[in-house]
Design a protein. Structure first.
Length: 133
């Protein structure tokens, strides 16, 4: 068993919600040789500015990036429709399981996400962020 820690963190509804809490934890883990995977729906070029604006930097706060949409394109999944924001939408059976598959294949120790939709597909430990107002 490896002592290597690999944490997966969703952006929208998770990292962008508790940035000030997660940023120093991410930095500490990365500086100690651990892996932080940003795991999100949209491609890197759509969220890079958001990450930088949150003070989340490649190599300092995260070591890997996974986009469900980029995975759908790579695996040649059929586009069901294009939504109002101009993003491709795919069949839920392939989209909803993509984060769980990535975490399993990449030995993610813990996935932190706000989505109840994805939770049921995980074998990897999954922590669901729920904010109460």
């Amino acid at each position: 068993m490896s002592n290597k820690i690999s944490i997966g963190i969703d952006i929208h509804g998770t990292l962008d919600t508790i940035t000030d809490t997660l940023r120093p934890i991410m930095e500490l883990l990365v500086s100690n040789g651990q892996s932080i995977h940003i795991i999100t729906g949209v491609p890197f070029n759509y969220v890079l500015v958001d990450l930088v604006n949150m003070g989340i930097l490649w190599g300092e706060h995260y070591t890997h990036f996974f986009s469900i949409e980029q995975e759908m394109i790579r695996t040649k999944q059929k586009v069901v429709r294009v939504n109002a924001k101009g993003h491709n939408e795919y069949h839920p059976d392939v989209w909803n399981v993509a984060k769980a598959n990535y975490c399993y294949k990449n030995n993610i120790s813990l996935m932190i996400d706000d989505s109840e939709t994805y939770e049921k597909y995980f074998v990897t430990p999954f922590a669901r962020l729920r904010m109460y107002k």
